[in-house]
Design a protein around this ligand. Structure first.
Ligand SMILES: *Cc1c(COP(=O)(O)O)cnc(C)c1O
Length: 493
């Protein structure tokens, strides 16, 4: 059996009151045995409710750590009484029973918060997951012919229909899609990319690193602010394997700047018989200009412009499950599909089911807007948010530890690797706590029940309603009511 080891509870440091368990002779003699601790009522009860193995493992590791600490720095350790030890171990076990991955209310105002799992799924996607997850499903066999994946085929068909591409493939995420297409198309060959497009998306994704991992060789051209089509052409040689364009999702180069257009890259690629890979990042299916967010590339526009392979994420503006989508020319997609990495980056039936249901919604913009949470949150009017904020603020202000709860206008962001200059108007409740700082309040709400993530601004905690679903308003009040402001010290001990 695999048992998760929690971090071991910290030992109490001696805070000056020497003496009760003096370390004069061998202090290890004072340690209780495993069995002795197991007999304590706090732990005995957990043996029945959790598991004997878990409790024994925790007791052992607690005692081992204590022993090690005593040997290392005997002089400054107060060995706790057995009752205190048992209580501490019991609390740790109980804490560990609550999963670390749990639902949270996103009141940060960042719609595609990568740390909070990016896009929430539509009810149709959830239903589709529910339908296939608990049993067997036609994942790898076609019901008619007994051959290819029924569901993957259905997803590919929808992707072709929605983007106009000849073929499609779905893998684990867009980083995987990029790695895979570079490995399959341009291993040991040069891929020409503008210096203005060598993106880093949130820490661990850096295009030059993905490129080198794939075995392709990065050939940078142009400058940070200006790259012309001639710069690409001048770099083409024997070793060239592909031309690549990367959407600079999370930054903009403004001012004295120039970029080659995709259509120019396509023309150049055709004349040298080189494929053009277009990493568009967020993969909007509909024009986000309606939501006041211009400049988000559409997969179908890239296909129309002639890109050979277009790459995008499933869990950004598409509003679906985490995955990476490749659409493009049939021969290239087929070649990519045969690469061994495809198997390593394969998605499961749960992803396919959710993606299929999400894509189906895009067959009509109305049904997408009605059901996809991201689009609903984005299209909620400011008046609507203000009404909710005005309803919630007095309920929050009524809590005795809240000094004030004001309704304020603010700005929300798409997040998840999108441009920070794209500002989305929003309304927040700004909380000023009494007795504790905004930071402490933020921590207590995060660790509370239900867990709430807000954002700190000028010593206030903002609860941004742009990212809170209306059905969560009551949960928000409950979470705030559950925050304990006094006597927290004793509780955390
Ligand atoms: C987000 C993004 C990626 C990485 O996609 P993941 O789905 O997070 O792996 C790659 N390229 C661009 C341009 C992006 O915006």
């Amino acid at each position: 059996m695999f048992v998760m080891q929690p971090e071991t509870p910290a030992l109490p440091k001696d805070n000056g009151n020497q003496g009760n368990h003096s370390m004069a002779n061998n202090p290890l003699r004072h340690l209780p045995s495993v069995n002795e601790l197991l007999e304590r009522p706090e732990l005995k009860q957990l043996v029945d409710t959790v598991s004997h193995n878990v409790v024994v493992t925790e007791v052992r590791s607690f005692l081992e750590n204590l022993r090690a600490e005593v040997q290392q720095r005997a002089a400054d350790i107060n060995i706790p009484a057995p009752a205190e030890m048992a209580d501490k171990i019991a609390k740790w076990i109980a804490k560990d029973q609550t999963p670390r991955l749990r639902p949270v209310i996103n009141a940060t105002g960042i719609l595609l918060h990568t740390g909070l799992g990016r896009s929430p799924l539509a009810p149709q996607a959830l239903a589709a997951i529910y339908e296939v997850a608990g049993g067997y499903a036609s994942v790898e066999v076609d019901i008619e012919s007994g051959e290819r994946t029924q569901r993957a085929l259905a997803v590919e068909k929808l992707l072709k229909e929605l983007t106009g591409a000849e073929a499609a493939l779905v893998v684990n995420n867009n980083a995987g899609a990029t790695l895979l297409s570079l490995a399959a198309i341009a291993k040991d060959k040069e891929v020409i990319v503008s210096r203005g497009q060598l993106v880093e998306i949130g820490g661990s994704y850096r295009l030059p690193d993905v490129m080198s991992t794939s075995g392709a060789i990065l050939r940078e051209v142009g400058t940070t602010n200006k790259t012309r089509i001639n710069d690409y052409e001048a770099a083409i040689g024997e070793q060239t394997g592909a031309l690549m364009r990367v959407h600079t999702s999370n930054y903009i180069i403004a001012g004295f700047s120039e970029e080659a257009r995709l259509s120019e890259l396509v023309r150049l690629g055709r004349s040298y018989n080189l494929p053009v890979i277009d990493d568009i990042g967020s993969g909007a299916m509909i024009d986000f200009q309606h939501y006041g967010l211009p400049g988000e590339p559409l997969a179908k526009d890239s296909i129309t412009a002639g890109a050979d392979v277009v790459l995008f994420s499933g869990d950004k503006l598409l509003g679906g499950p985490q995955c990476g989508i490749l659409v493009g020319r049939k021969a290239l997609i087929q070649a990519i599909t045969k690469h061994p990495l495809t198997r390593a980056l394969r998605v499961d039936k749960i992803t396919l089911a959710a993606l299929h249901a999400t894509l189906q919604l895009y067959r009509s913009t109305e049904s997408a807007e009605e059901s996809i949470p991201l689009l609903k949150l984005l299209s909620t009017s400011v008046e609507n948010l203000r009404n909710r904020a005005e309803r919630l603020a007095p309920q929050m202000a009524a809590l005795e530890w809240i000094e004030s709860a004001e309704v304020v206008d603010s700005v929300a962001y798409l997040g998840g690797g999108s441009v920070p200059t794209q500002q989305i108007p929003t309304v927040c409740v700004a909380l000023t706590p009494r007795q504790i700082s905004a930071n402490t309040l933020s921590h207590r709400l995060r660790t509370g029940s239900p867990s709430v993530f807000g954002r700190i601004q000028q010593d206030k905690l903002l609860i941004d309603l742009r990212t809170v679903m209306p059905k969560q308003d009551l949960d928000l009040i409950n979470a705030l009511s559950n925050v304990k402001v006094v006597d927290k010290k004793n509780e955390e001990a």
